[in-house]
Design a protein around this ligand. Structure first.
Ligand code: CMC
Length: 432
């Protein structure tokens, strides 16, 4: 088939130029503008990457108009129903679903990397007890490169693999320690007999004084939430990881950068912001006034947990979380949970309101996840930290893909300069 081309023409007499059009396996074609500057001396302008593909990737595919999310080709609905989180981690990292033996080996390696260097524990005491968990997480994960020097040669595939296992295995331990530190309870060592999720919940909620009994429904809910957050193609935090990785920075530093990027309320911090918003609305009778404030853009009020850069339809993850939310509240006999009812009432009002309909604003993954976390006993400030724990799988897979990509170059955007052009320096004595 003849190469597809896109022709760029100019109104100032500059001759028109052809660019190759690249076709992926699914999704929109992409115009390859890499030669644009060399051929024309011009750049493209695309703040917020509204129309820019920053890389090739074969990990996660989203069709935002249809509300489709697939990991390595598998629909999220099927994966969330049938897989465990570590099975999904294997898939995301290796490209194929594991067979029983492969999964067994993978789980075994992760399980045997869950402990952290004993000295890392002392790192925590440098933080205030009331520090935000994401602040602690950025610091502690960044510090891993100071503890695991032996695996930071990014050009060595085996080193990259060891770092990946260390990150996936230690994030639950580090996250749970972050929580324990805020409560003043002792850190809990991981227990290798437990599953990945049960181990995390044990390290969060267990104490040395009592036996911890996992609840299968709650463990399954947490597992599913981790699956839903495992990867989401080139979002802000993943792009941050890739940008940091493009400089040759070590994986622990790159993931720490990703955690910092995830923290913002427009991204992973939205789950925390949703609960704060629901607490502020307090009662269904206050929904109309709140919606009015949002529509009037009064004081930057936003309906948190709604809207998405890519999804212009229901976020498929939100549907699954809503179902999980029902299951968890049922199990805990919280069917009449006030926050859940309020969230559903708010969702209904927004979905019928012209402002949201016109802008194609639908609930995203964060709208219901906070209610599940809260029901599981997880404090609001920890919500985004758990998102980071899950997303570490996606970040590390995307980082690995970047390092192995022959097209990979240091990420270095250009700019449209609008500041002062060259002018002569004015000595202090001559300044007015
Ligand atoms: N509430 C009220 N108005 C909104 C919202 C919202 N949640 N989201 C978008 N809009 C409006 C926005 O003001 C704009 O209106 P107008 O055309 O009048 O200027 C229009 O919708 C288009 O929005 P945008 O800001 O151009 O959209 P974006 O793609 O740049 O932003 C977003 C996407 C997710 C940052 C934004 O929808 C948002 O801030 N939502 C709330 C925060 C949130 O829930 N974030 C979690 C995203 S999903 C998990 C994740 O990826 O981390």
């Amino acid at each position: 088939m003849a190469e597809k081309l896109a022709t760029l023409s100019f109104s100032d007499g500059t001759p028109s130029i052809d660019f190759p059009v690249l076709t992926g396996s699914v999704g929109p074609d992409v115009i390859d503008v890499r030669a644009l500057y060399a051929k024309t001396g011009k750049f493209t302008y695309d703040p917020g990457f509204m129309s820019t593909a920053s890389c090739r990737s074969n990990i996660t595919y989203i069709d935002g108009d249809q509300g489709i999310l697939q990991y390595r080709g598998y629909p999220i609905e099927q994966i969330a129903e049938d897989c465990s989180f570590l099975e999904v981690a294997y898939l995301i990292m290796n490209g194929e679903l594991p067979n029983q033996k492969q999964l067994g080996e993978f789980v075994d390696i992760v399980t045997h990397h869950t402990m952290v260097h004993e000295q890392l524990m002392r790192f925590y005491s440098g933080f205030r007890r009331d520090a935000h968990p994401m602040a602690v997480l950025c610091g502690v994960v960044g510090a891993l490169s100071a503890f695991y020097h032996d695996s930071i040669n990014i050009h060595d595939a085996r080193s990259r693999e060891i770092s990946a296992f260390r990150l996936i295995a230690k994030l639950p331990t580090i996250t749970a320690m972050t929580y324990k530190y805020t409560t003043g309870q002792p850190f809990m060592y991981p227990k290798n007999a437990l599953s990945y999720v049960d181990n995390f919940l044990y390290m969060m909620f267990g104490t040395p004084c009592e036996e911890y009994k996992p609840n299968p429904t709650l463990s399954r809910a947490m597992d599913r939430i981790l699956i839903l957050h495992a990867d989401h193609e080139q979002n802000a935090s993943t792009s941050t990881v890739r940008l940091a990785g493009s400089t040759g920075a070590n994986p622990f530093a790159c993931i720490s950068a990703g955690i910092a990027s995830l923290w913002g309320p427009a991204h992973g911090g939205a789950n925390e912001a949703v609960l704060k918003m629901l607490a502020e609305i307090e009662d269904a009778k206050n929904i109309p006034a709140f919606i009015k404030r949002v529509k009037d853009k009064d004081g930057h009020a936003m309906l948190m947990g709604f809207g998405h850069r890519v999804y212009k339809n229901y976020d498929p993850r939100a549907k699954i979380i809503q179902k999980t939310c029902h299951e968890v509240l049922e199990e805990l006999d919280l069917k009449d949970d006030k926050l859940f009812k309020l969230a559903m009432a708010l969702e209904k009002v927004a979905l019928e309101d012209e402002y949201f309909v016109k802008r194609k604003l639908y609930p995203n993954v964060d709208f219901y996840s906070g209610i599940v976390y809260k029901a599981l006993g997880i404090p609001v400030a920890m919500f985004t930290a758990i998102f980071a724990l899950a997303r570490t799988v996606g970040w590390i897979a995307q980082w690995n893909e970047l390092i192995s990509d022959p097209d990979q170059k240091i990420g270095r955007p250009r700019q449209l300069f609008t500041g002062a052009a060259r002018r002569e320096f004015v000595p202090m004595a001559k300044r007015k």
